[in-house]
Every structure is written in structure tokens, then in C-alpha cells.
Write a protein that binds this ligand. Structure first.
Ligand code: MG
Length: 258
């Protein structure tokens, strides 16, 4: 198992691998097709990490920032082509994460057939909670995730609704990208994503509780564990842009973008 301190994985972990459209309701709300036989992957760099209490700054080319609350998997040891039946043994624990998304930019990327890097990998795009040791969440497929903005519930979903469960994700990803100790895997977001505005306060939580999604039976709490983290968003661009100037084609405005 891990020889380094996973409690500070964001300081030394080398990769953030993200799974898109892993909850059917979320894919539908954005008008996206469901993934096929294999998960949809994209990456964030370690420079995307942000700790609770910090301001989230959007990239200068975006006017439409959306948080996606997700369960993060923290690897305790590395491996390639990990069999599904062994996958949980590679996990050291979890973190509650926000996959911050420049939605206007992502829509532009999709329209042009470009990669999602500008929409997903910018600085501050991966706020993470404290590390949650594996034994604190005995069944990570029985968690409720939620996100509130200014105290108002925006997202709520249950990890049992993942299209590809955790062992499948670890096995699939490790067959393509060698996983390493301290790597983080974002497992996708439930429905309810929406825009945030300047000075909005983002609050996310997860719990093993009696409350689940409407279509699921009540699940007895095997372990009650909540963790909360808060972020204050700051939607002032990191590079000042003229006020009230509509951004109609943000990507095309970047001089270095083809
Ligand atoms: Mg996401």
C-alpha cells in the first residue's frame, strides 16, 4: 500500500483522470448521448487542484462556469491492466471533488470537434476536500452526493447510479494509462448542474444516509460519515476583460488557438 501520505495527495499526486457522462440523468440534461461500451475519459493537470476556502477563478475566456460534484478515488498503489476483481485493493481512499467546467467553452469545443482541455483543465478547476480514508466509506456505491450554492440544493445523486462502477473504471483506465500512487479519478457527476455567479458560495457534501434518490429503496446506514467543504467562487477573470462585452466565440478570440 501507499508509502507516502495520502492525506496530502493533492500536493504530490501526478494525475487527475476524469470520467464524463457516468450518470445517465446528467448526460441527458446536457443533451449528450450516453457513453457506449467504454467510459468517456479526459484529464486535468495537478495544477488544477484547489483546497477548501480558496476562490475559484474561471479562465479569462469563459463567462459560464459550472461546478460538478463528484466522488474522487485516490490510488494507494499503482498498476497497469488491473483486473476488476482486484481493483478495490488499489484504492487508498476518497475525496469529494468539484469538476469545475467552463461550459460555454466546452460547448464550443464540442461544436468544433476540439479536445476539452480549455473547458476542463484550467487552474482552480479541481477543488478537493480532505482525504477520506477507505475504511470510512465501506460501500462507495451507496453514497448520496449533493451540491448547494448559497445554501440552495443544486445537485443530488446517488453513487449507485453510476453507469460504470468503481472497479470497472479502475480496470479500464489502468489498461490505457498506468495508474500511480496518489492519482485521483473523478467518477462523474449526477444531474443538476447549473451556472454559478461571482461571490456564490459552493458547498458540497456526501453521506451514507437513509435518504437516497427517489427510485431507490432506502438503504440502511452502514456507516455515517459526512465531510463538507466550502468554496467561495470568484468569477472575476484572472485576466481582466472589458465589462459587459459579450463573449460570442471565446475560443476563436484566443490568438494562439487555431
Ligand atoms: Mg465531471
Amino acid at each position: 500500500m501507499s508509502v507516502r501520505d495520502l492525506h496530502s495527495f493533492w500536493e504530490w499526486g501526478r494525475k487527475i483522470i476524469c470520467v464524463g457522462r457516468n450518470y445517465a440523468e446528467h448526460a441527458r440534461e446536457l443533451g449528450n448521448p450516453l457513453p457506449g461500451a467504454e467510459p468517456l475519459l479526459f484529464l486535468k493537470p495537478p495544477s488544477a487542484y484547489l483546497r477548501p476556502g480558496s476562490a475559484i477563478r474561471p479562465p479569462r475566456y469563459s463567462r459560464r462556469l459550472q461546478p460538478e460534484v463528484e466522488l474522487g478515488l485516490v490510488l494507494a498503489k499503482g498498476g497497469s491492466s488491473i483486473p476488476q476483481e482486484e481493483a478495490m485493493g488499489y484504492l487508498g481512499g476518497y475525496a469529494l471533488c468539484l469538476d469545475m467546467t467552463a461550459r460555454d467553452t466546452q460547448e464550443e469545443c464540442k461544436r468544433k470537434g476540439h479536445p476539452w482541455t480549455l473547458a476542463k483543465a484550467f487552474d482552480c478547476s479541481c477543488p478537493v476536500s480532505d482525504f477520506i480514508p477507505k475504511d470510512k466509506l465501506p460501500d462507495p456505491h451507496r453514497l448520496t452526493l449533493w451540491l448547494k450554492v448559497n445554501g440552495q440544493l443544486r445537485q443530488q445523486g446517488h453513487t449507485s447510479q453510476m453507469i460504470f462502477p468503481i472497479p470497472h473504471l479502475i480496470s479500464y483506465i489502468s489498461g490505457i494509462i498506468r495508474l500511480e500512487e496518489g492519482d485521483l479519478i473523478l467518477t462523474g457527476t449526477p444531474a443538476g448542474v447549473s451556472d454559478v455567479q461571482e461571490d456564490d458560495e459552493l458547498q458540497a457534501d456526501h453521506s451514507c444516509t437513509l435518504q437516497t434518490a427517489k427510485d431507490l429503496p432506502l438503504i440502511p446506514a452502514v456507516h455515517h460519515w459526512t465531510q463538507e467543504f466550502q468554496h467561495k467562487s470568484n468569477l472575476r477573470p484572472s485576466h481582466s476583460a472589458p465589462a459587459n462585452k459579450p463573449i460570442l466565440d471565446p475560443i476563436a478570440k484566443l490568438p494562439w488557438f487555431p
